[in-house]
Design a protein around this ligand. Structure first.
Ligand SMILES: [Zn+2]
Length: 412
């Protein structure tokens, strides 16, 4: 193995120690802890011989110069912010693995043809300003003036927050990166699911990053006495809603044997009046569909809403649906997938091709350059919690795969 597993692990522990002591592991974007973490990371970048900068979007970048800085460069990274009471690996593993790869090239005198950027994207997780993937949105020009004016509960705008971490909000009215500036981007991340661990595999070669459709569904019936109102004349909003929940489950399961990745979830449901002896008069619920194909997602959402409408009509309930948000699916580049697969073979790491059910910075990067992702297993598939865990060896195998994949991509 080329990479230094011990050094990578020590860095992971050091960054994990920079947490809100009352709710480990918390290092929210734009907080003083996050700034401390970045100061530490900046020192680590310098120790690895990288040139450090912060771009206008507040992304912290460590650059390992290649032989020809005129060539489109290579990039790898993730994020060092966490959700409240999150873990030590989500995002962090990707930044530190990329740093370890650059540090190893430097130690061993491996000179890449291309510059190699190690990137800590700003605020991948939903921030206090109510927006996620702030830094990678800036790269693609997807930070609107309205978004930059979002305010945190403490006061102050997102633009001010970006300026406070060294960014330049005035430059964000256009994409920070053009197409062709990067030859390839690879993000290492914990899987955040149970598949690799269950199948005893070391690496997931990501094929697609799902698109996410979120809907608000509302059912409006009539509140009545639960003892005296016959079943035949009830207008029970929850019965209509529950048939819709079941339809979401059935629709997603129908795709289990197909190549497309589909999951559907009703995770939030408000019942009115929510009393044991009253027929429910109203239900507001969310529907989230995540899918590797935007057209499949659209047809599934339509079919679930059709069931909601039909069940509501049958029960004398009013039904309405509204789109809350949509982010499109992103396909990982075939050439990057091949390089990761070749790196797995080279290092003897077991692997499988799989979709990512979670959103990542790499989805934004895929709009700008050939992009891909390396997943490593995580214990019990747990993530966004203090129990989030991968072993030193699992992390090192992932970093070694990244090391080999970047070298292969550099030669293309
Ligand atoms: Zn993440």
């Amino acid at each position: 193995m080329n990479v230094n597993a011990e050094r990578l692990w020590r860095r992971l522990e050091a960054l994990g120690a920079l947490t809100d002591p009352g709710s480990p592991y918390t290092r929210r974007s734009f907080s003083s802890l996050h700034r401390q973490g970045r100061q530490w990371l900046r020192e680590q970048f310098l120790a690895a011989g990288l040139a450090v900068s912060v771009d206008a979007g507040g992304n912290l970048i460590g650059r390992l110069p290649g032989e020809d800085s005129g060539l489109p460069r290579l990039g790898s990274g993730s994020h060092t912010d966490t959700v409240p009471s999150g873990g030590r690996f989500d995002g962090i593993a990707g930044v530190l693995a990329a740093l370890e790869v650059a540090h190893t090239y430097q130690d061993q005198g491996v000179r890449l043809r291309r510059d190699f950027d190690v990137i800590d994207f700003l605020a991948e997780e939903p921030s206090e300003y109510g927006l996620s993937r702030v830094g990678s949105r800036a790269l693609t020009g997807d930070l609107s003036a309205a978004m930059l004016a979002y305010e945190s509960p403490a006061g102050g705008t997102l633009a001010e927050g970006i300026a406070a971490v060294g960014g330049d909000p005035a430059a964000l009215d256009r994409p920070l990166l053009g197409n062709g500036e990067f030859a390839a981007f690879v993000e290492l991340h914990i899987e955040q699911g149970p598949v690799l661990e269950k199948e005893s595999l070391s690496i997931g070669v990501v094929t697609d990053i799902v698109g996410i459709t979120r809907m608000d569904l509302a059912f409006s019936g009539q509140a009545d006495h639960s003892g005296t109102t016959p079943m035949t004349i009830r207008r029970d909003a929850l019965v209509a809603a529950s048939r819709t929940v079941a339809a979401a489950d059935e629709q997603a399961r129908a795709w289990l044997d197909r190549p497309e990745y589909v999951v559907a979830t009703v995770g939030k449901l408000d019942v009115k009046p929510n009393a044991s002896n009253v027929v429910p008069s109203g239900v507001d619920m969310t529907l989230e569909v995540r899918c590797s194909s935007d057209s499949v997602a659209q047809s599934i959402v339509e079919q679930i809403c059709e069931v909601g409408k039909a069940a509501s009509e049958q029960l004398g309930v009013a039904f309405s649906s509204a789109l809350v948000s949509f982010s499109p699916a992103a396909a990982c580049d075939a050439g990057v997938q091949q390089a990761i697969e070749a790196a797995c073979r080279q290092g003897g790491a077991s692997y499988k091709f799989m979709a990512s059910g979670a959103g990542h910075d790499a989805a934004c990067m895929s709009k700008l350059c050939p992009a891909g992702m390396i997943f490593i297993p995580c214990l019990d598939g747990r993530s966004h919690c203090a129990e989030e865990w991968a072993t030193k060896e699992q992390l090192a195998v992932g970093a070694q795969t990244l090391y080999d994949a970047i070298r292969l991509l550099d030669r293309r």
